[in-house]
Write a protein of this length. Sequence first.
Length: 134
Amino acid sequence: MWSGNTTINMNLDAGSKTVTLNSSGAISASSAVKLTAGTVNLSAVNGINTNGNLTLAASTISATNTTSGCILLNNTLDTAVTVTTLSNSATTNGTISFTQSGNGTVTFGTVTTNNNGKDISLASGTGGMAINTT
């Protein structure tokens, strides 16, 4: 796990590989930055992309936040996307927002927030959306 905040300062393209970012602080981008990978796994303590600068282009995504801050993600991929986990157990904020702005259909697995009264927003462009329930 990276100690402190993790700030992405440039576009990252890992092709079809997996990118995993674990931060003991927040994960953010300093300006409009795109992270492209087959799979993106994000784990933070104080928020993921709270400033909205980080855009993803990935077919499999998971994001977990634990203490404070929101999860704010936008994915631009034009093919099918699976969001395995969006989990925010933050006691401060706790909001989750995911937008699939690409044309790919997005399928959601587990989406949870432990903070009562905090919003979960899931949106899809023209590709459609499926939410799996258990």
